[in-house]
Design a protein around this ligand. Sequence first.
Ligand code: DGT
Ligand code: CA
Ligand code: CA
Ligand code: ZN
Length: 576
Amino acid sequence: MTNRDIAELLRLIADMLEIKGEVVYKSLAYRKAADSIENLGRDIAQVWREGRLKEIPGVGEALAKKLDELLRTGRLGYLEQLQEEVPVGVVSLLGIPEVGPRTAKLLWRELGAVSVADVERAAREGRVQSLPGMGARSEQRILEGIQTLYRRSKRIELGVAWPVANGLAAALRQALRVETVEPVGSLRRMKDTIGDIDLLAACARPEQATGAFVKLDGVAEVLSHGPTRASVILHNGLQVDLRALEPQHYGSLLQYFTGSKDHNVALRALAQRQGLSLSEYGFKRGDEELLCRTEEEVYAALGLPWIPPELREDRGELKAALENRLPKLVQRSDIRGDLHAHTNWSDAAATVEEMAQAALSRGYEYLVISDHTHGLGVANGLDAQRLREQRQELEALNSRYPGFRLLQGAEVEIRADGSLDHPDDVLRELDVVIASVHSGLRQDRDTITERVVRAMRNPHVDVLGHPSGRLLGQREATNLDLDRVIEVAARTGVILEVNSTPNRLDLDDVHIRRAVEKGVSLAINSDAHSTDGLDTMDYGVATARRGWAEAGDVVNALQLNDLVARLASRERRVEH
Ligand code: DGT
Ligand code: CA
Ligand code: CA
Ligand code: ZN
């Protein structure tokens, strides 16, 4: 058990004591001990082995006995006894702003509420206002508190959290005049959604970092503030945790707080097999301590190469590292162009020329203009005649920008029966055909899978756009059988898109990995609807990296000529 695990257990006990209505100093004592264990600066298991638990501030005789039981057996009789009296669900009511221990107890005893949902239902039915000491106003405040809680507990998109976290990190670097402030946790692993933002800072006086952090612009509420850690809520509702420490531990802490938890558990087990104990503070072999200033040193101590954060999900990365066959992940700098961008020919604002200039300024060699087709009901979808007109504009621009090439594509709707929105003789004229599903998303598994597979068998279809159709936080993926799609893509040479729009990130990391294993090509596309939209490419590249993709798996890492040849070869491979 880590210091943090134990601190959380002690806080749980404190919450339960408060709900039971025990004298206040008891729960305060548990909270104080939790704080000092968390800020100990050493692995508590080590302190325990040295028989020095009672030297921890706030830990007396009784608590030392409980900690000993916990560290020895992994269980705590006292907690189990409390849990028989107070259901854990009642503790979760404390998460509602406006609900303290007294109210939680009332809601539980009088209404039988053991979850936030129970309280919400009771409040909506007007059953809360009639409780002793409550009224219509307090009932309303509880309902509002529940909405705030739901907003806070919702995972947020990587694309929303990333700029916020980097802005905070930059502000903190400036305030402290130190270089080492970094996002860690799921954000550093570039997960598609983020529970909360974690930052890590190294400086000689950690309390200066936490002090500056809670005063940053954008902080709405300080949840906790100690010498080495602090948590705040920003005005936009995001929670941010900061850990600060002295530079000599930085590598170990960076590794620990990057996670994932599962990766760390596996890494600790590997260390143990080598006779080393690994904690957030460094390694130990017997009494000998090994501090790591850099993350490379942490992995090197176990005979491993450094593992990119995107791979740290305990999905085989340690085995691959041990066998020296980690993938050489695709990088942003490998990307030579974008195969999916919209213009004011259909539903976006920018002109073709503005998009071309934006692509050029990002160092691209090519850009595919892929506006929507006419059948989609999207404002201004292109018919065959307008596609020909657009082609002329692209060619005129191509002659003005040597060394850069606009290609003509279209994002063609896959109709409910799997036919496409344009006939073959129109599709044949296009450089790149992206086929996507935007309507009829609720078809059953067989129907939608056959529909998409039929479209993939059309020899003119090059790319399957945002295959799963998910919209993060908004809409689940369709019933499409992605494993079958991956199989068909492997056979037919259809390229699967990694759509980089932050609320899509579709394919996701798991399916990218399966596609890569089957030799399927990917196109990492922004699906930009504005010039700035091209920059979402970063999130798509990160997602592809989480799926173990290398540059060789990605068609828009190809030079223009090779890309054109790859697209041409596709028609010859199709089964009929
Ligand atoms: P999230 O916030 O849900 O998107 O996911 P993470 O991975 O950012 O998780 P978070 O914020 O709870 O913790 C950040 C990192 O700290 C996590 O990736 C690994 C480490 N960590 C956190 N809690 C624990 C724990 O209870 N045990 C262990 N071993 N590591 C933890
Ligand atoms: Ca986090
Ligand atoms: Ca966190
Ligand atoms: Zn699109």
